[in-house]
Design a protein around this ligand. Structure first.
Ligand code: NAD
Ligand code: DAU
Length: 352
C-alpha cells in the first residue's frame, strides 16, 4: 500500500484532489496534512472522512521539527504539495505569512522527503502545485508556455516562484524526483468567498455591492476545479520526472464580462428581474501591481498526457452556482468570524 501525503487538502483545490485520490485509489493510504487556517475547512470532506484509506493530520508545513518527525513516522512514498497562502490581496497586506508557508514550508517538505528517501528514489515522487502567476503578466497577445521566464509581480506570486525554484534546485542538485504544474484560475464548489467568483455569488445572494477592481478589463483563464484535480492525478501518475506542465482552461474572460455573465445566471436562479444583479456592480480602487492578463498554453499536457477539460465554462459555472445556492450554510459558516473583519477592511469603500 503506497502512502501519499497531500498537503493543504482541506482547502479549495486540495479537497477535490483528496476526494479523487481517496475514492479512486483504494490501494493508497492518503494522509491529508492541513493547518486549518481560515481557508482550510474539514466540512469540505465530510463525504470521505470515514474512508478506511484516509487520515487527517492537523499541522503546519512551516514547522520544521514537526514535518521532519511526521515523515520519519509515516515514510511517505509520494508528496503532493498544495498547502499555501493563496490570496493575492492578503499577500499585499502580509507578505511574511506567504514566505513562511509557501517558501519555508515547501523547503521543509523537500528536506524531509530527502531525509526519508535517501538515495533510493525508486517509486518516490514529489509533486509541487504552482500557479500561472509566476510568469507575471501578459499583454493583449500571447500565452504562457512551460518555457516562459518567471516574472512574478505580487508577494504571493513571488513566494510561489521561489518555492518552484527550490523544487527544481532539489531536482538538479540532489536528483529529487519531482514534477511541477502551473495552473490558471480555478473555480467551483468549496472556493473560499474571498476570491472573485464565490465572493460575487455570495454578494449577489445578499444584495451587496460587487467590487470590481480598476476598470474591470483584466483577463483570467478559468478552469473548473474538478478538471484541475483530474490533471493532478494524471501528472502524478504519468508525468515525467523533472518536467513542468502548464494546466489551463483554454477559457479567457475579462473580469467585467465574467461578472455580467454571472449576474445574468444569478438573476435567473434567484428569480430576480433581468439586470437586477448588474446594478450591484461597483468599480473600486485597483489592486496594486494588478496583472493585466493570464492565459495558459496547455498543449503540452494535452499532447503528452491526453488531458483536457471535461466541462465547458457554461456547464462548470452552472454547477458552481447551484452548489453555492444549495450550500448556504457552508457559505454562512466560512463568512462569519475572522473573515467578516477581513472583508470590512478590504472593502471599506463599498461596505454595506
Ligand atoms: P486555499 O487557500 O483554498 O487552500 C490552502 C490550504 O492550505 C488550506 O486548507 C489551508 O488551511 C492550508 N494551509 C495554509 N497554510 C498552511 C501551512 N502552513 N501548513 C499546512 N497547511 C496550510 O488554496 P487553493 O486555492 O486550494 O490553492 C491550493 C494550491 O494551488 C496553492 O498552492 C495555490 O498556489 C495553487 N493554485 C491555486 C489556484 C487557484 O485558482 N485557486 C490556481 C493555481 C494554483
Ligand atoms: O492564476 C492563478 C491564481 O488565481 C492562483 O494562483 C491564486 O491562488 C488565485 O487566488 C487566483 O488569483 P487571482 O488574483 O487571479 O484571483 P482573484 O479571484 O483574487 O481575482 C481574479 C480577478 O478578479 C483579478 O483580476 C482581480 C479581480 N477581483 C478580485 C476580487 C477578489 C476584483 O475585481 N474584485 C475582487 O473583489
Amino acid at each position: 500500500m503506497k502512502k501519499i501525503l497531500i498537503t493543504g487538502g482541506a482547502g479549495f483545490i486540495g479537497s477535490h484532489v483528496v476526494r479523487l485520490f481517496v475514492t479512486k485509489y483504494s490501494n493508497y493510504q492518503i494522509y491529508n496534512l492541513d493547518a486549518l487556517t481560515y481557508a482550510g475547512n474539514l466540512e469540505n470532506l465530510v463525504d470521505i472522512e470515514n474512508a478506511s484509506n484516509y487520515t487527517f493530520i492537523k499541522g503546519d508545513i512551516s514547522d520544521e521539527q514537526f514535518i521532519s518527525s511526521l515523515f520519519q513516522k509515516h515514510q511517505f512514498d509520494g508528496v503532493i504539495n498544495l498547502a499555501a497562502e493563496s490570496h493575492v490581496d492578503r499577500s499585499i497586506e502580509d507578505p511574511m505569512a506567504f514566505v513562511k508557508t509557501n517558501v519555508i514550508g515547501t523547503v521543509n517538505l523537500l528536506n524531509a522527503s530527502r531525509a526519508i528517501w535517501g538515495d533510493n528514489y525508486e517509486g518516490k515522487r514529489f509533486y509541487h502545485i504552482s500557479t500561472d502567476e509566476v510568469y507575471g503578466s501578459l499583454g493583449a497577445e500571447g500565452l504562457f508556455t512551460e518555457t516562459t521566464a518567471y516574472d512574478p509581480n505580487s508577494p504571493y506570486s513571488a513566494s510561489k516562484a521561489s518555492s518552484d525554484h527550490f523544487v527544481r534546485a532539489y531536482g538538479e542538485t540532489y536528483g529529487l524526483p519531482y514534477v511541477l504544474t502551473n495552473c490558471s484560475n480555478n473555480y467551483g464548489p468549496n472556493h473560499f468567498p474571498e476570491k472573485l467568483i464565490p465572493l460575487f455569488i455570495n454578494n449577489i445572494i445578499n444584495h451587496k455591492p460587487l467590487p470590481v477592481y480598476g476598470d474591470g478589463n483584466y483577463t483570467r483563464d478559468w478552469l473548473f476545479v474538478v478538471d484541475h484535480a483530474r490533471a493532478i492525478d494524471m501528472v502524478f501518475h504519468q508525468g515525467v520526472n523533472h518536467e513542468t506542465y502548464n494546466i489551463g482552461g483554454f477559457n479567457e474572460w475579462k473580469n467585467i464580462d465574467l461578472v455580467r455573465l454571472l449576474c445574468g445566471i444569478m438573476d435567473v436562479k434567484l428569480e430576480r428581474e433581468a439586470g437586477e444583479s448588474e446594478k450591484l456592480i461597483t468599480y473600486v480602487k485597483d489592486r496594486p501591481g494588478h496583472d493585466l492578463r493570464y492565459a495558459i498554453d496547455a498543449s503540452k499536457i494535452k499532447e503528452k498526457l491526453g488531458w483536457e477539460p471535461s466541462v465547458t465554462f457554461e456547464q462548470g459555472l452552472e454547477l458552481t452556482v447551484n452548489w453555492y445556492l444549495n450550500n448556504t450554510d457552508w457559505l454562512k459558516n466560512v463568512t462569519s468570524g475572522a473573515y467578516a473583519s477581513y472583508y470590512d477592511k478590504q472593502y471599506k469603500e463599498v461596505r454595506s
